[in-house]
Design a protein around this ligand. Sequence first.
Ligand code: ADP
Length: 476
Amino acid sequence: MKINLPFKGVMDIKTLLALRFLIIVASLLFIYSIAVYQFSSYFRQKEFYDRLKEKALSTAKLLLEDKFDSEILKIIDRESFNAIISEKVTIYNDEDQPIYSSDEFYIPASKELLSKIRRSKELEYKVDSLEYVGLDFRYKNQDYVVLSSAYDKYGISKLSNLELILGIGFVGSLILVGISGFIFSRQALVPIADVVRQVDNITVLNLNNKVDEGNGRDEIAQLAITFNKMLKRLEDSFKMQRSFVSHASHEFRTPLTSMKGQIEVHLSQKRTIGEYEDVLHSQLEEINKMIKLSNGLLELAQANADISSMNQKPVRIDEVLYEIRDEILHRTPEFKIDIRFLEFPEEEEKLSVMGVDQLLKSCFKNIIDNGCKYSKNHTVIVTVDFTSQYLEIIVADNGIGISWEDQRQILQPFYRANNSRSIPGHGIGLALAAKIAELHKGRVFVDSELDKGTKVIVYLPFMPVPNDVNAVKGFA
Ligand code: ADP
């Protein structure tokens, strides 16, 4: 089970499945980890800015509203602020002068920054690792700006821990998913490997062996069932081929044996010239029959080929029928062939079939010949009619007929009905006619009654008449 992937060389299905599974899980995990990290980072920042805001507000209130002495407030601030994270608050008055700072260094602020804070009432910003909040604070018609800053040491450290956990989790999960995916895909493909092994053991000598169909429901079972059906078709076709070859050799052996016997008898003693001539005539007759048989076999082989590889063209069926009538009557003048059209179509296309004219001629020649051959009055009536999509050609005679049982097999090569044994033939003509009709997407039907007569009906799709696009889509 190898798959050729462009640019990737050769990779087996289980590796490919495991790899695809891994890529899907890796993408999902990656997206998930990024989302977790981004949300955590957002909430950390939000919480930290809220804390800075609280600090800024409480310092401003204590200094301005509660009138705390700035030196005492500094002491309180220093006590409550966390030096490790460099917490600091600075208050600017409406002249942009710093009036208070929680330690000896003011938080620097340009005039633009202060006026921006006054305009937006509240501003959050970050410079290097320090985060800042600026608030516009109004008290007794005075406009103050309170700046609060700090470095979120714990939050940042938690975030980098999270980054590490997510990274390790990502890589670890990928390793586990890769291993389990490979095991899983190998197990999933075991039944296929099993089918392959069984199929490998089937050769032309044991086509009757079957592949195990398992539970008969899942995809593997469907594969096995389909394969078994194909085996059955192959077996049937091999059987048909074998019986075809044995029939064909039998058909040749019989006249050859009789020719050999005749020659041996005539060679056993001296004969007159007239007797030798008789033998040669009868031998010639047999040879002609064998040539006819081998031509028939050749045509049958041809009719089994793919029609698309043959030279197809529109063939007028009325012309074919008249040509065949002339040919047959020229060869056997006592035959009578009456061709009738139930209605003559206005469109020429309705009389034309897309196909191979030699094959179509052979099809009708065999059927019409049979009609004449198997009836005492040697007469057939050929009627041409139409259905919505098909030309219908009925070749009817009042001859010996075909029994109901024989009708079911009469289209098989070499099959001859018992009542026709006294009349020469090889049993190829009708099979050939049916094959040729099938090749042209048509059908042959036989409707017959013993001792009453036979109708052989040929359906052939006529060429689509322009602007009748629905015509001719194959035999329903
Ligand atoms: P062949 O005529 O050379 O034996 P075909 O394949 O043409 O071979 O016909 C097969 C058999 O079908 C014939 O042997 C005959 O038994 C039967 N058959 C065909 N056409 C007719 C017919 N029109 N009337 C009676 N039997 C027929």
